[in-house]
Ligand binder design. Structure first.
Ligand code: ADA
Length: 527
């Protein structure tokens, strides 16, 4: 049952009204930019053991079933699956109390200085299913032999023990042996998944009356010898960072907007999206699988300080967020990296235990994908050896220097210095290097050619792309950022005209700026 629709809503215990779910109350005109408690509730017709799934909400939420609290979600944007007994068949009340006040304590994962707006509400789909006597708890598929089309399947079931059957691509069902420890299977008529040919296979698993359908792709991703390899071939990433935001609905981005965004990115000749800076929705990941876009999926974080990295509650929440993100999106072929903690304080040695712990948490869940985090500390980062891919966020000619007109030299020098540093460092030399963020603000309509103009941004982006993509030491570039994104009234607001981070290549309504027109024109397009 998809529980999307109109729910009863009240803000700070005021009179009840109705609001859409998915939705962000502080993106609606009557509560725009207000901070407080938004209570959503609705009736649900069901009974017995159920599974309730939220694909993402925020900033924090208490969840109640028939008036009893069944969960607290401390982390925005993160998939949450709850299993519980709903009681006798009939009407039950589901209540979700979303708090969008900013928690400034070190354990909080969303703080005032973040460079993106922290919305309140139920951002993404809510689903409920009544659990049968036995069911598939999880099924993980990894490509074990691309050449021969073999996968490794691991299935865990719950409830009464029942023999399993499975079918590939809508074919005949066959008996599955116990695969709790993983088994190898050959996919009939195997075709590899890649951005050029995003072929998806399906596997249906029957467990008693439960039928679980998984879309998967045959593909491998490796980080070795200073490069990335997709299906054994050297891979160069060319893409964008993207915030999941839309002016009318905040963090609850309508599926058609997501589809248009992904098509536009693909049509600009790009192959990758960094989901900055939180786990991506099921809707986006399904589309990326279908369209052939590679995704860097990361947990929520932004310039987190040492008091957070040394805080056990913060660390536990991060580990929990990583596990939930990985378990919920494991089978998407589009995901090539797991990431965490954008621009945390990784130039401080005291950050190492937290970074090592998060990397180990990922490896325990999935050893088939490289791990990375984006650093702003360049050569001074002290944690780069702990991950598989080195990702530098850098803003030459934007935060650095005082030039009014664009000067290519600092961009070329900055990128060269970063790449030379990695290649000459014994511990890092064999790791692939990415420019994970680079960009400049541009106000639509400013054609002065100076800083903040569309021309300045276009020149900087072209120079950065040229420099990175011509350098054989570089495995790719992810531009900051696809669309303008809203920011809160935080200490950085004076650098954020109109309350937006204006480094979008398109504006917040996706109206192309000069650079995006040029990137799109230079590409024949795929659709
Ligand atoms: C950082 C950060 C982004 C954004 C960017 C900017 O590198 O990772 O989220 O804040 O800078 O625009 O300054």
């Amino acid at each position: 049952m998809l529980l999307n629709g109109l729910w009863k809503f009240s803000f700070n215990d005021e009179a009840e009204t109705e609001l859409p779910v998915p939705g962000c109350f502080d993106a609606c005109p009557q509560y725009r930019f207000l901070r407080g408690i938004g209570t959503y509730r609705r009736q649900v017709l069901c009974g017995g053991n159920v599974e309730l799934r939220f694909d993402g909400l925020g900033l924090r939420a208490h969840i109640f079933w028939d008036g009893r609290e069944i969960a607290f979600e401390p982390t925005a944007y993160t998939p949450l699956t709850l299993r519980f007994n709903a009681g006798n068949p009939g009407e039950h009340e589901l209540k979700v109390v979303c708090d969008n006040t900013i928690d400034e304590s070190p354990e909080s994962e969303f703080r005032l200085f973040y460079d993106f707006y922290g919305f309140g509400g139920i951002y993404r789909d809510v689903e409920l299913r009544e659990l049968p006597e036995s069911y598939v708890d999880f099924a993980k598929i990894t490509t074990s032999d691309l050449h021969n089309g073999c996968i490794r399947l691991q299935v865990k079931t719950a409830g009464k023990t029942t023999p399993l059957t499975a079918a590939f691509d809508g074919g005949e069902f066959f008996a599955l042996p116990d695969c709790s420890g993983g088994i190898e299977l050959e996919v009939p008529n195997p075709q590899a998944w890649s951005p050029q040919h995003p072929h998806l296979h399906t596997l249906q698993i029957r467990c008693g009356t439960d039928l679980c359908k998984i879309c998967f792709g045959l593909r491998t991703i490796e980080a070795r010898d200073g490069q990335l390899f997709l299906n054994g071939k050297a891979l160069i990433l060319k893409g964008v960072n993207r915030h999941d935001a839309w002016p009318d609905t905040g963090a609850a981005v309508p599926p058609e907007v997501i589809r248009n965004d992904l098509l536009a990115i693909k049509n600009a000749g790009m192959n990758c999206i960094r989901g900055s800076h939180y786990p991506q929705s099921e809707a986006l990941l399904n589309l990326a699988d279908e369209l052939g876009l590679l995704v860097w999926n990361e947990t929520l974080g932004w310039e987190n300080p040492i008091e957070s990295l040394e805080n056990q509650v913060f660390r536990q929440r991060q580990k929990d967020g990583l596990r939930r993100m990985i378990q919920s999106s494991f089978n998407h072929p589009s995901i090539i990296f797991w990431g965490f903690l954008n621009e945390a304080i990784t130039n401080d040695l005291r950050a190492r235990p937290a970074i090592a712990e998060l990397a180990a948490t990922i490896r325990a869940e999935d050893s088939s994908r490289p791990i990375t985090f984006a650093t702003m500390f360049g050569e001074n980062d002290l944690c780069l050896d702990l991950v598989d891919v080195i990702s530098f966020n850098t803003y030459p000619c934007w935060y650095g220097g005082n030039n009014r007109f664009f000067d290519p030299v600092p961009v070329q020098e900055t990128l060269d210095n970063l790449l030379s540093f990695v290649r000459s460092n014994e511990k890092l030399a064999q790791k692939p290097v990415l420019i994970s963020e680079i960009g400049a603000g541009a106000l639509p309509g400013d054609h002065s050619g100076r800083r903040w103009s569309e021309e300045y941004q276009a020149e900087l982006i072209h120079c950065a792309m040229d420099t990175a993509l011509r350098d054989p030491r570089c495995s790719g570039i992810l531009l900051w950022q696809f669309c303008n994104s809203p920011v809160d009234d935080n200490p950085r607001i004076m650098m954020r005209p109109r309350g937006y981070n204006n480094k979008g290549l398109v504006d917040e309504f996706r109206k192309p700026k000069l650079v995006w027109k040029q990137l799109t024109q230079n590409n024949p397009g795929v659709h």
